[in-house]
Design a binder for this molecule. Sequence first.
Ligand SMILES: Cc1cc2nc3c(=O)[nH]c(=O)nc-3n(C[C@H](O)[C@H](O)[C@H](O)COP(=O)(O)O)c2cc1C
Length: 235
Amino acid sequence: MNILHIDNSPRQQSHSRQLSAAIVKRLLEVAPGADIIRRDLGTDPLPQTAALYAAALASPATLAAPPAGSLDLSEQLVREVEAADVVVIGTPMHNLTIPSVLKAWVDQILRVGRTIKSTSVGKVGMLRDRPVLIGVASGGFFTGERANQPDFLTPYLSIALSSIGLKSQQFFPLQGTAFLNWEQAAETRDKTLAALDVTAVKRLTEIQDQPAMVASVGWNHADLALPRHASPSAH
Ligand SMILES: Cc1cc2nc3c(=O)[nH]c(=O)nc-3n(C[C@H](O)[C@H](O)[C@H](O)COP(=O)(O)O)c2cc1C
């Protein structure tokens, strides 16, 4: 079992980092032997889109014969996602959406011909589905009774991930951090994470522990997908 754990806050003492760490901790309770692949984009950001990468993505012709090395970073990051059975993301809301460090990752992960197939009926994701668990910290409120700002984070990230095939998403918003001390934030975090559904991960662990079962029933990840839960209702 591999967990890809991605953080995006520029600060170390951070609500979104604590959310993602709590999610990983919960996963390790059901999958104690899991390996963690770490991407700390908050402290070790990716470069902004490079000229060669943009040149490679410019057209089907350039994608078919990309400049040497232009896709290397993208390939490395896509493989990290492919190697993961579960993806955990901790992200702040920055100016109503994801921070630019997470957008830089999205720009490398969504690639036509590699993770997205362009068809006559629209774009189709090429990666197999797997649970994606996303903790979102916001200073104010973007959903619920106290909402006073639009939310471009949840719908954007949800659609971006779905477009490459990662449809089994759960969002865990921790809102109003500007008004919480760390103790209050911990209580709110626990309430938010009460909605965390680890059934699919548990089942996957059981299957991985029994190779004979994998051989006999096949590796049907569709059975393991979480119920679609992309709306920020869990708070
Ligand atoms: C550049 C920047 C932009 C922000 N924009 C918003 C915003 O649009 N809405 C909001 O509710 N909070 C906003 N905040 C507050 C953060 O979402 C809040 O402090 C959150 O707890 C940060 O996550 P972290 O604790 O993981 O660092 C912003 C903070 C920064 C630094």
